[in-house]
Write a protein that binds this ligand. Structure first.
Ligand SMILES: *[C@@H]1O[C@H](CO)[C@@H](O)[C@H](O)[C@H]1NC(C)=O
Ligand SMILES: *[C@@H]1O[C@H](CO)[C@@H](O)[C@H](O)[C@H]1NC(C)=O
Ligand SMILES: *[C@@H]1O[C@H](CO)[C@@H](O)[C@H](O)[C@H]1NC(C)=O
Ligand SMILES: *[C@@H]1O[C@H](CO)[C@@H](O)[C@H](O)[C@H]1NC(C)=O
Ligand SMILES: *[C@@H]1O[C@H](CO)[C@@H](O)[C@H](O)[C@H]1NC(C)=O
Ligand SMILES: *[C@@H]1O[C@H](CO)[C@@H](O)[C@H](O)[C@H]1NC(C)=O
Ligand SMILES: *[C@@H]1O[C@H](CO)[C@@H](O)[C@H](O)[C@H]1NC(C)=O
Ligand SMILES: *[C@@H]1O[C@H](CO)[C@@H](O)[C@H](O)[C@H]1NC(C)=O
Ligand SMILES: *[C@@H]1O[C@H](CO)[C@@H](O)[C@H](O)[C@H]1NC(C)=O
Ligand SMILES: *[C@@H]1O[C@H](CO)[C@@H](O)[C@H](O)[C@H]1NC(C)=O
Length: 757
């Protein structure tokens, strides 16, 4: 018996290794089915995330990927697929599939891995890489509202593969939270209606989870939603684990239904938060103080139920109590007490618990959060391995350097970039590459990760890609060669015209090298903002309308070059990523031209006649019609996609579908039922322009003409009230039959150029 033990131990170790990498093999089967047997993945010992890719010995066309972690194996596979760029350059194999310089990638618009040539190029000189930080992180709590709220598993599957291949190992996993939470409240004695009064609608759950809002407008959250999302979460978590990721799981935050205080009259519950302009019925959320024994009890209940549902898959928990909610006392002893007890509750429920926190509070509540308060608050959690802080907006408003590296706590360098999932082109590639390296190498650095915390994932894919690539390079990436290779694999045609590269060379050195500190975020277009006479152009901030570059020398020539590239090589028009970019750059061109037309209209209104106003109003309406027609040519720019994704969860129940549609429409327009954060999550989508923004501008132009004719002063209150009324009417609409893509992107792009350049 004794003699067999070591053998058995070795055998078990091998089994563990194999099962750990099963998910990576499944990734190959999913994305490269023709090559399912061509890759061998082997786990090796070593620190950190390291991979080596080599030709399999004596096996032509087979590749071995050795790795210290499953995440490193996925990254190694990715490196090989991107890298065979160079092999093809030498051998010019399969030019039918690939350019001499273009490898393959998987994009938000879809996977192109299936274009790998039937016979795998040899690796030659081994390829190796290692992550410069232990954590590669993805998601913001609100991405689960702005981007993935209505996603079904097929969309999740694409994104999770995108993340795994890029080496992400720490994704946030909020889906289905309410299922466990409702069970906890039931067990605590709350009735269904008491619980339901607390929960927000499907499009607004992230802010309910943050304790910013409570309740749902347009009807309560249906139990069916809670059950369906729970099932979806099980699929998502299984896949994350298979792909070698550690999901960051929810926990009990302390935000509770109002009625909890009736059931537990002696508990310590505070209220009084006021988020945005919401009425107190929808904000003023009840917060159970962490030092109350009931807090620990609910935390234990939550985490044990969650573990029962999903297994013992992670010890990292997301928990934010003061995101855009200031604490109820600024007393440092109180703040220390809150974190000490919150953390104690996590450890009581899971002895290995690590608390992950979004660092946004220190930016949003900067007048509250003095250095002493931050230090007390973080200091309540003992130890340096107990907490991870997301430095949420590192590219523009880093906090790590104001807080002595969060007073010694590990933190993650995060790119935020996008607020409300708005769609303008913008990026700061120099900062996204140099910034994290500087932070990592700074004296006393406790930086332990890099990641993406965009509020919404909308376009600008290059600025997200580059951060995850930078996480595998100890020196800042060379931007010109990075962009060139990125473009080559994005537009994988034989003989990629130089004009396509030139277009991106302009964009990457201007629009995507934006150093203007007033506009470090996606640029919002003026036509998405409720029409007004003042204060809508040139606004700085997190949703800037100030355009920090000259359109005539950036967007315009890039668009001309992309059109030229497509004329030179028609094969480009079959590439989904090229189609996307062609529409996106054309869209940005029209959006920026609109600003000139708007300025002109206002000047005319101030200085000229009613007829002149009527006349100068026409081009701004005309450009919106053209924009809608342009966007309608591409599936990624359709309002219908957002609405159809929402409605699908109703399984044919019309009442439920209408409720979901109301949620979907409201989030991207009024947000709150009465325009509480009006137009914050605006979009440039076909259907939304024609059906919503255009009527608003038509009203505005007509109103201006009328005021001129009747010599009546412009009434800004009246106009803004009218915009809310129009929003409420639009939000209540229910879609008829959904229309798909209409028209041809190339023809529309040419028309845009001819007409508006
Ligand atoms: C609440 O506290 C009061 C007085 O301190 C006590 O009389 C009462 O029994 C307590 N109620 C509960 C439910 O514990
Ligand atoms: C906030 O909520 C508490 C508890 O439900 C309530 O007593 C209080 O009146 C509310 N505040 C306002 C301003 O409505
Ligand atoms: C969960 O897994 C950890 C190792 O990651 C282990 O230490 C712990 O005992 C497990 N807990 C349960 C309840 O299985
Ligand atoms: C936290 O505050 C509560 C209420 O004031 C108090 O009872 C408790 O002792 C404090 N705990 C710590 C660890 O300071
Ligand atoms: C932190 O770094 C940012 C970006 O480099 C800079 O703007 C800011 O002034 C720094 N803050 C402090 C306190 O050094
Ligand atoms: C970046 O790479 C290009 C060639 O692709 C080279 O010409 C340039 O010198 C490099 N820049 C830096 C800063 O190394
Ligand atoms: C850009 O070009 C347009 C059209 O030719 C012109 O009206 C405008 O003044 C130019 N803008 C700048 C900043 O040069
Ligand atoms: C138009 O008039 C308004 C109100 O007097 C003023 O605030 C605004 O700056 C003027 N705009 C232009 C472009 O003249
Ligand atoms: C349809 O959905 C509504 C709203 O969720 C629900 O009240 C109703 O029971 C559902 N009807 C059926 C037949 O399931
Ligand atoms: C402006 O419009 C508001 C809302 O319709 C109205 O209450 C107000 O009286 C108007 N002001 C003037 C000066 O007409």
């Amino acid at each position: 018996m004794r003699t067999y033990l070591p053998v058995l131990a070795v055998f078990n170790a091998v089994l563990v290794q194999c099962s750990e990498l099963v998910g990576i093999r499944e990734l190959v089967q999913r994305r490269l089915p023709a090559h399912a047997d061509s890759f061998t993945f082997t786990k090796i010992n070593g620190d950190g995330d390291v991979y080596t890719v080599t030709d399999a010995p004596e096996k032509q066309g087979r590749v071995t990927v050795e790795c210290t972690t499953p995440s490193a194996c996925a990254r190694g596979l990715y490196a090989y697929v991107l890298w065979n760029i160079r092999v093809l350059e030498l051998n010019r194999r399969s030019p039918r599939y690939l350019t001499e310089r273009g490898g393959l990638d998987i994009w938000w618009t879809g996977s192109r891995f299936e274009n790998l040539p039937p016979s795998l190029p040899s690796v030659g000189q081994p390829l190796s890489g290692s992550a410069i930080v232990p954590y590669r992180y993805h998601f913001n709590t609100v991405t689960f509202g702005y981007t993935t709220a209505f996603w079904s598993f097929d969309k999740w599957e694409l994104l999770l593969d995108w993340l795994a291949l890029r080496g992400v190992n720490l994704p946030l996993a909020w889906v289905g939270y309410e299922h466990v939470l409702v069970d906890v409240y039931r067990e605590a004695g709350l009735s269904e209606s008491e619980i339901s009064a607390f929960l927000s609608g499907p499009a607004f759950l992230p802010w309910n989870r943050f304790g910013n809002i409570q309740g749902s407008w347009g009807g309560p959250l249906p139990p069916q939603w809670i059950d369906d999302q729970f099932k979806l979460q099980k699929q998502i978590l299984k896949r994350m684990v298979d792909l070698g990721m550690t999901p960051v799981l929810p926990s009990f935050t302390g935000f509770v239904p109002r009625a909890l205080s009736n059931h537990y009259p002696n508990t310590s519950i505070v209220t009084g938060s006021q988020w945005a302009a919401f009425p107190t019925t929808l904000t003023n959320v009840s917060f159970l103080e962490p030092f109350d024994p009931l807090f620990v009890a609910l935390q234990k209940s939550f985490i044990s139920k969650q573990r029962e549902a999903y297994g013992n898959i992670s010890h990292i928990y997301t928990l934010d109590q003061y995101n855009e909610n200031d604490p109820f006392s600024g007393d440092t002893a109180y703040l220390r007490n809150v974190t000490a007890n919150t953390f104690a509750s996590l450890r009581a429920a899971d002895p290995d618990a690590i608390w992950l926190m979004q660092g946004w509070l220190f930016i949003a509540g900067s007048s509250f959060w003095t250095d002493e308060r931050i230090e007390a608050y973080l200091g309540g959690v003992e130890g340096t391995d107990s907490m991870i802080i997301l430095d949420l907006y590192s590219e523009a408003l880093p906090q790590w350097n104001k807080t002595q590296n969060y007073y010694g706590k590990p933190w993650i360098w995060c790119e935020l970039h996008d607020y409300g999932s708005t769609m303008g082109m913008e990026g700061n590639l120099p900062e996204l590459t140099a910034g994290p390296i500087t932070a990592l190498n700074s004296p006393g650095s406790t930086m332990k990760g890099m990641g993406l915390t965009m509020e919404g994932q909308e376009g600008n894919e290059i600025v997200y890609d580059i951060v995850l690539d930078q996480a595998w390079s100890p020196t800042p990436l060379n931007l010109s060669s990075y962009v060139e290779r990125w473009v080559s694999r994005r537009y994988q045609v034989a003989d990629l015209p130089e004009s396509a590269q030139s277009a991106w060379s302009i964009l990457s050195s201007t629009v995507y090298s934006n150093r203007d500190s007033k506009t470090q975020a996606t640029i919002k277009s003026v036509f998405e903002v409720a029409p007004a006479l003042t204060n809508i152009v040139d606004m700085p901030g997190i949703e800037p309308t100030l355009v920090p570059y000259d359109t005539n020398t950036t967007i315009l020539p890039s668009l001309q070059l992309l059109i030229r590239a497509a004329s030179e090589n028609k094969a480009l028009l079959q590439i989904p990523e090229f189609q996307y970019d062609l529409v996106d750059v054309s869209r940005q061109f029209l959006a920026n031209r609109f600003i000139d037309l708007y300025r002109n209209l206002v000047t005319t209104f101030n200085t000229s006649s009613a007829d002149a106003v009527a006349s100068d109003g026409q081009p701004i309406l005309d450009i919106l019609r053209d924009l809608d027609a342009l966007l309608a040519t591409n599936e990624h720019f359709l309002l219908n996609t957002w609405i159809d994704d929402a409605r699908q969860w109703a399984h044919g129940n019309e009442t439920y579908a209408a409720y979901l549609e109301y949620n979907a429409r409201t989030q991207i327009t009024l947000w709150g039922p009465n325009g509480e954060i009006n137009d914050y999550a605006s979009k440039q989508w076909a259907g939304l322009i024609e059906g919503y923004y255009l009527p608003r501008w038509e009203f505005f132009v007509e109103y201006m003409v009328e005021m001129k004719r009747s010599v009546t002063p412009y009434n800004a209150t009246f106009v803004s009230q009218k915009m809310i009324d129009m929003g409420q009417a639009w939000d209540r609409q229910v879609s008829g039959k959904s229309s798909g893509v209409i028209g041809d992107s190339f023809e529309m792009a040419k028309k845009v150029l001819e007409k508006w350049a």
